[in-house]
Design a protein. Structure first.
Length: 341
């Protein structure tokens, strides 16, 4: 069951990468990522015992028992490592956008030769190519690690590639000693480690999509109350042509609607002397805007200067800060403290 589940998840990641290429420019690096994840999906699919048995029976006479374990899977991982090497090459400063296509074609050509030689000649040679390419990919990945959405995706992808390189080295050792490859489904760590490597690569390849979706979901949850209150006051900020149903589009729409509603409530940009200049503290400023949003006819006075996002703060981050202050003011502890005062 784990073989089928792994194959399904990797194919889903491959489909997600194809969709990203369709909605964004099909650069050399993006196409290479699609090829790499598709190659991993092929490898784990052939690793499914039932599919592997069917492929083995379809092999020409004389190749039964070795075509599946020693050649098709090896060739698939060579394709993964080759395509990923194209992406890794793009990350080096000496490679420019102008010559990346030529370098990529050279790497693909070398990978195609390695696949042919692996299928017709030596599995040890194929695993050696995988190991060398994985070393290059891991070195490149470590050089580009940082604590960003892209950096976290690179970290997961690099971890998966490192596991592939380790297993390739162990496969070279096993082949050199003429030890038989474990059959898919056999007890042990060999095939589960391949599945782990495949999942790490697949998750790393689509990590940006996953994290952006999760952030959008959290944003929608945080601004739900503030959005509902302001939309009830100013329903005109909801444009009828806004038909985006995706989570990220919905979050962007609601942030814009909240900003528009706050702008309308402040008098559409009228500057009031009683409002004063907004403070430098984002938290203090958000707290006052939230108090004014809760009770626009109270003592707090706000104008357009307070509504605009502070310097170095995005509209999303600013709306989040206001929403947090708005919800905090409505918490039981805040209400109790207000009553005691």
């Amino acid at each position: 069951m784990s073989f089928w589940l792994t194959a399904m998840l990797v194919w889903m990641a491959s489909g997600a990468r194809v969709g990203r290429v369709l909605v964004k420019p099909a650069t050399t690096a993006r196409v290479a990522i699609v090829a790499a994840v598709a190659a991993v999906a092929l490898a784990v699919t052939v690793g499914v015992p039932e599919i592997g048995l069917a492929v083995d029976h379809a092999a020409p006479n004389g190749l039964h028992g070795m075509w599946l374990g020693d050649r098709v899977v090896t060739a698939a991982w060579i394709m993964f490592a080759t395509a990923t090497s194209v992406v890794a090459a793009a990350a080096w400063p000496v490679v420019s956008r102008v010559n990346l296509r030529q370098i990529g074609m050279t790497i693909y050509a070398a990978g195609a030769v390695a696949v042919i030689l692996t299928l017709l000649w030596s599995v040890i040679f194929g695993w050696a190519i995988v190991l060398l390419e994985c070393v290059f990919i891991v070195i490149t990945g470590v050089r580009n690690l940082d604590w960003t959405t892209l950096g976290r995706g690179i970290a997961l992808y690099t971890m998966g590639t490192a596991v592939v390189g380790l297993l390739a080295a162990l496969s070279i050792r096993r082949s050199a000693r003429d030890e038989p490859m474990p059959e898919p489904g056999d007890a042990g760590w060999f095939w589960p480690m391949w599945q782990l490597a495949a999942l790490l690569v697949a998750i790393g390849a689509v990590w940006i999509v996953i994290e952006l979706w999760w952030r959008a979901r959290m944003l929608l949850k945080q601004i739900r109350t503030l959005h509902r209150v302001l939309i009830a006051r100013f329903p005109e900020v909801v444009a009828h042509e806004q038909t985006g149903s995706g989570t990220q589009l919905k979050a962007s729409d609601q942030v814009a609607q909240i900003m528009d509603a706050l702008y309308l409530q402040s008098g559409s940009g009228v500057e009031l002397a009683a409002a004063g200049a907004p403070p430098a503290s984002v938290a203090e400023r958000a707290q006052r805007v939230a108090e004014w949003a809760r009770n626009p006819f109270g003592e707090v006075v706000i104008d357009g200067r307070w509504i605009s996002p502070p310097a170095a703060v995005s509209p999303r981050g600013w709306v989040q800060a206001i929403a947090r202050a708005y919800d905090a003011a409505a918490s039981p502890s805040a209400i109790q403290g207000s009553a005691q005062r």
